[in-house]
Design a protein around this ligand. Structure first.
Ligand code: PGA
Length: 254
């Protein structure tokens, strides 16, 4: 299980540092057994140093919300994979629907970012998910399959823990309306079978498939209880240590 918090463009640095400390302290205080649950937070780039320091000595991993597709160069404002590893990042979210929507990020760009992340030993959290229109027109599965094809084309995955896929239906993100456990499970099974075709059954069985889209403490147990749901990518509920830790506690029971 992996529970990852996507803070998006929220908190300033002092608030982010406090949030990270509270998450680490909350996990510490909890009676739950987190030995089978990895926890990560993905703050804004400006926070990585401070949050990394705040998490020092804890088991909470650090992730970034994006990574650039090129090694280095004249890309004003962008952040490279080696910059992220040099500051202690383990994960990088890639292809989030907000990047696809607001920056027209294409599958080819997502693919290049995945390749770059992998080349530096960063674990990409590859986001896929259909819009409401796609779901209503019955195209959800084909959209997700084609996003996977685009993102993972030619990507070598030597070990299951080198890749994470997050299924995030766009209509569930930030809306308070999550997918039903059955909708999540059905699409996760599609993702799993796609990965099995690409990397073999054994590896696919071990890749963490996260559900994202309005996962909260009240619906986490049911979503995380689905056989192909191996964790969550948590947006707004990751901005409060209490709710984020509560979701991580549900993961220990799933
Ligand atoms: P949400 O965001 O939990 O606020 O819906 C999830 C995400 O976008 O990763």
């Amino acid at each position: 299980m992996l529970i990852a918090g996507n803070w998006k463009m929220n908190t300033d640095v002092p608030a982010g540092r406090a949030l990270a400390r509270n998450v680490a302290a909350g996990l510490d205080r909890s009676d739950a057994d987190f030995s089978e649950v990895d926890v990560a937070v993905c703050p804004p780039f400006t926070h990585l140093q401070a949050v990394g320091e705040a998490l020092d000595g804890s088991s909470v991993a650090l992730g970034a919300q994006d990574v650039h597709a090129e090694e280095e160069g004249a890309y004003t404002s962008d952040i490279s994979a080696s910059m992220l590893t040099s500051i202690g990042c383990t994960y990088a979210i890639v292809g989030h629907s907000e990047r696809r929507q607001y920056y027209d990020e294409s599958d080819a760009e997502v693919n290049a970012k995945v390749v770059q992340a992998r080349a530096h030993g960063l674990v990409p959290i590859v986001c896929v998910g259909e819009t409401l229109e796609h779901r209503r027109s019955g195209d959800a599965e084909s959209v997700v399959r084609s996003q996977l094809e685009g993102a993972l084309d030619g990507v070598d995955v030597p070990r299951a823990d080198a890749l994470v896929v997050a299924y995030e239906p766009v209509w569930a993100i930030g809306t308070g309306e999550s997918a039903t456990p059955t909708q999540a499970q059905d699409m996760h099974a599609v993702v799993r079978s796609d990965l099995a075709g690409r990397y073999g059954e054994d590896l696919a069985a071990e890749v963490a498939l996260l559900y994202g889209g309005s996962m909260k403490p009240h619906n986490a147990a049911e979503l995380l209880g689905q056989p192909d749901v191996d964790g969550g990518l948590i947006g707004s509920a990751s901005l409060k240590a209490e709710s984020f830790v509560a979701i991580a506690e549900h993961a220990t029971e799933a």
